[in-house]
Design a protein around this ligand. Structure first.
Ligand SMILES: C[S@@+](CC[C@H](N)C(=O)[O-])C[C@H]1O[C@@H](n2cnc3c(N)ncnc32)[C@H](O)[C@@H]1O
Ligand code: SF4
Length: 452
């Protein structure tokens, strides 16, 4: 963060104070209708920004920590090996400030990412805050503790779990035992009515597992999205990288699986772009040229660095994970808006053949065919959540903690000292106890108080 904190979150001096505050907020209970509204909100904003040619961080991949329980050998962020002062994580308050700032700048679709985000003790509270604020939230994980702590993340709109193939092939690159953890996490997501997705990173070792993954996704009742390992500069992954020919064949296989009716995420044009990509698949920043055969695919412009950004836990802002990280602007020196603007101004990409990125490009381009595919998926996913979740049972971590009398007094004093309307139930109750009337103590928990 530039110059430390600048917001109301500054009053929390420690993570525990901020977390205690967050635990006093109402619990967000997602439903089909609420999730559909969050999705529609993203779409409305997108339409407005596109119509008015505005650039905003509508879609942000927010990396919330520098740590990971795994050390996958291909990881572009090397999150499992980040250590030391250089990689100090955002405090709870800093993360909340960043989230508020993104909301102010127009972000409505937040993909919460790590490292491994489940390693953050406050992750449930952060998600709850994001959902109360109104973001559409997608949550990416390797599955770590998901089954055990499912209630903490239950408010999310989509759960994305990485899983690369058969057990041996997955565990070879992602670590022993990860296959079992990931499958358990997906099952937990489905049982909790969270629309869930298998995200597979394909290498030469597991490209033959694509059909296996499609079958697995179908049997678990989730979708599967494939991405192709990318990291041309990293010598350690050279042997795993597919050639351009293998990449084309892989994308063709994804298209075939989709046409066979498997729950595959991508639009036809996105797959065709990778299949018929002119030249080498390492060729980033390509500009469309007249030699491109547009009868086979319609090149989609890149909106990364225009409407979508990735913010790393070390503060760097990039257009997307596959871009140049070495010269990336940093929110710690330029501020959030400054770093986003610099990233936008430095943008070099025009088109690329990366599957997941192009699917988002196609959505942001709003071509009618892609929108139909997106709409079909969004409606089906929203419906999976259900209309009312009567069986909500918060875990200890997800529920407001039992506050001590000293904590309550502290919160009460804080509210008075800052001359603000209390925003937690605890603060409201404290005000009522000290003789204030309900109208003065009006909060988001008002109805709870009144019904007592
Ligand atoms: C960086 S991880 C962070 C979230 C979480 N730890 C996980 O593994 O899902 C996000 C996704 O990026 C993928 N990934 C990592 N390195 C990659 C690379 N070089 N090329 C393509 N995908 C990569 C991972 O497999 C994972 O699905
Ligand atoms: S689990 Fe995710 S963040 Fe961790 S090392 Fe693997 S790919 Fe990287």
């Amino acid at each position: 963060m530039p110059d430390g904190m600048s917001s109301e979150w500054r009053r929390f001096k420690t993570n525990s104070e901020a977390i205690d505050y967050l635990r006093g907020l109402p619990r967000y209970r997602n439903s089909s209708v609420k999730s559909a509204l969050s999705r529609a909100n993203v779409f409305m904003r997108l339409s407005y920004y596109r119509l008015t040619h505005q650039s905003h961080p509508l879609f942000v991949v927010l990396v919330v920590n520098n740590h990971c329980d795994l050390t996958c050998d291909y990881c572009y962020g090397d999150y499992g090996n980040r250590h030391g002062q250089e990689y100090k994580d955002y405090s709870t308050a800093q993360l909340l400030e960043l989230i508020d700032e993104l909301w102010r700048l127009g972000t409505r679709l937040l993909t919460i990412h790590g490292g491994e985000a489940m390693l953050r003790k406050d992750i449930g509270e952060i998600i709850n805050y994001c959902k109360l604020k109104g973001f559409y939230v997608s949550f990416n994980t390797n599955g770590f503790q998901v089954a055990k702590r499912i209630e903490e993340i239950r408010g999310v709109d989509t759960l994305v779990v990485s899983l690369d193939g058969r057990e041996a092939n997955n565990d070879k690159h992602r670590g022993a035992g990860n296959f079992a953890t990931a499958v358990e996490a997906i099952r937990a997501g489905v049982a909790a009515q969270i629309p869930s997705v298998i995200s597979a990173t394909l290498t030469r070792d597991n490209m033959q597992d694509m059909e296996y993954l499609a079958e697995l996704a179908r049997s678990l009742g989730v979708r599967v999205q494939y991405s192709i390992l990318y990291n041309p500069e990293e010598a350690a992954v050279h042997d795993m990288l597919m050639s351009s020919e293998e990449t084309r064949r892989t994308a063709q296989k994804v298209l075939d699986l989709k046409h066979k009716g498997f729950p595959v995420y991508y639009s036809d044009n996105v797959l065709n772009t990778t299949i018929h990509w002119p030249g080498n698949h390492d060729r980033k920043y390509a500009k469309a040229d007249p030699s491109w055969d547009k009868t086979k695919f319609e090149p989609v412009p890149c909106y990364h660095g225009i409407l979508k950004y990735q913010i790393d836990a070390d503060g760097r802002v990039v257009e997307c994970w596959a871009t140049d990280w070495d010269h990336a602007p940093n929110i710690k020196t330029l501020g959030v808006e400054g770093a986003l603007n610099k990233c936008h101004d430095d943008k070099k990409c025009y088109h690329c053949s990366l599957l997941a990125n192009n699917e988002h490009n196609a959505m942001m381009h709003m071509s009618p065919r892609t929108l139909l595919n997106v709409l079909r998926i969004q409606v089906a996913d929203a419906l999976k959540i259900g209309f009312a979740r009567k069986n909500y049972k918060g875990t200890e971590a997800a529920q407001p903690a039992a506050l001590t009398a000293a904590d309550k007094a502290k919160l009460e004093l804080q509210a008075f000292a800052e001359g603000r309307i209390p925003t937690t139930e605890t603060e409201t109750r404290a005000l009522l106890r000290s003789g204030h009337k309900v109208s003065e103590a009006k909060t988001v928990e008002h109805s709870v108080i009144e019904s007592k």
